[in-house]
Design a protein around this ligand. Structure first.
Ligand code: TXA
Ligand code: MG
Length: 378
């Protein structure tokens, strides 16, 4: 965030008391629904990550989202609806392919962009002719969306550039004093954002990989491709958000991808090298202090392979984020792990990546950004 954005968020901070709501009654959900309709900001749980919800038909309410997040104004928002029927007034046409996708994957972690109707303000789409639509698979979120009665614009509820929140505590950390309510329904089940697709006649382009994989989309649509700009990084990707630095932990991160044994060896090597580089050249004594704590993000398998190499808990802050065979579990814990590294104040992160397969594509998309493209294949 630049200074100006920080100032504007500091101003917001002094005015607003953020209320955390747990186990909401029906009456409370109706109250929160009215709050959103009337221009308030409410963080909402979904199956992917927590969203920062505002009235998606009210440009001023959406302006408040951009201010609270410090989000670049050309990055459009996703409109959240309780069911497929609700998109009809928001789009020019519900095409056959869009209908097939909604039948197969809604409610669920798939966001569909379609040409927008005049009802959708330009503020929601950053001036783009298409609007992004999503129907979350989450019981309380569904009830809230019904109570709101208008589409809810909701980006991830983090300060722009930081890891997305998968618990209400994570939202509170970034948004306390900036938004009116946080609806807490525990940890999100999936842990990475929805897949964003652009729908054409009988084809689909993936603009952002996510919870619904290419293989899953191919079961209902004949032609599915990734936005080439997403893969090559040469020109601006079609989802404006994908061009920004994102999901970054506070400290630099290197990601290692490969067979467990190779990853363990590469991380071990990297630890030895960093030890040597921290030797005081005069005395040859290690000058590593608590301030140079290394964060390790590992699978259970690599953790076991490293064994006694990482037992010194003063030097390492180690998170085992799941089995290297279980990408769903790794996706679930990824953002939370980055936030734990921030909290622990690590100065560098060495992380184990995954192969770009299934939901692994979504994980690696986030890991590449978190490591500022510092990914080493071993
Ligand atoms: O899982 C999710 O999608 C979460 C939860 C809260 O629903 N939301 C989320 O929103 O991740 P956000 O704003 O953090 O990311 C939305 C992405 C951005 O990359 C944005 O550029 C892209 O979707 N997007 C939104 N509208 C678009 C449009 N009309 N055309 C192309 N890309 C669009
Ligand atoms: Mg986001």
């Amino acid at each position: 965030m630049d200074k100006e954005q920080l100032n504007s968020s500091a101003q917001i901070k002094s005015d607003i008391i953020t209320q955390v709501v747990q186990e909401p009654s029906r009456g409370m959900l109706i109250q929160l629904g009215a709050a959103i309709r009337n221009g308030k900001l409410v963080a909402i749980p979904t199956e992917t990550v927590y969203g920062l919800g505002a009235n998606g038909l009210d440009p001023e309410a959406m302006d408040r989202i951009y201010a609270a997040k410090g989000r670049p104004s050309d990055n459009p928002l996703i409109l959240h609806v309780p069911d497929a029927e609700s998109i009809k007034p928001l789009v020019l046409e519900v095409t056959k392919t869009a209908q097939k996708l909604m039948d197969a994957f809604w409610p669920g972690p798939l966001t569909i962009t379609l040409p927008k109707s005049d009802l959708v303000p330009d503020r929601a789409t950053g001036g783009l002719p298409r609007v992004a639509l999503r129907c979350p698979d989450h019981a309380i979120c569904h009830e809230l969306l019904v109570a709101v009665g208008v589409p809810v614009a909701a980006p991830s509820a983090n300060i722009s550039g930081r890891p997305s929140p998968t618990t209400a505590e994570d939202v509170y950390h970034d948004m306390n004093g900036r938004i009116e309510y946080i609806l807490d329904d525990g940890p999100c089940t999936i842990g990475v954002e929805s897949t964003v697709v652009e729908v054409h006649d009988d084809a689909v382009t993936i603009l952002r990989p996510g919870g619904i994989t290419k293989e899953m989309l191919e079961t209902v649509v004949a032609h599915v491709d990734y936005d080439p700009n997403l893969v090559t990084g040469k020109t601006v990707p079609k989802a404006p958000g994908m061009k920004y630095k994102h999901y970054a932990p506070d400290s630099p991160m290197i990601t290692f991808v490969g067979d467990d044994r190779n990853v363990a060896e590469a991380i071990k090597q990297s630890l030895i090298e960093s030890d040597t580089s921290l030797l005081d050249t005069q005395t040859k004594h290690s000058i590593r202090t608590v301030q140079s704590k290394i964060g390790l993000l590992l699978s259970q398998e690599v953790f076991e392979l490293l064994g006694s190499d990482i037992t010194d808990d003063k030097q390492y802050y180690c998170i085992v984020y799941g089995s290297s065979l279980d990408y769903v579990a790794l996706a679930h814990s990824f953002y939370k792990s980055l936030l734990l590294f921030n909290e622990a104040g690590v100065t560098r992160i060495l992380a184990q990546g995954v192969l770009s397969d299934g939901i692994g594509v979504a994980i690696m998309n986030r890991m590449e950004k978190a490591s500022n493209k510092h990914v080493i294949y071993v």
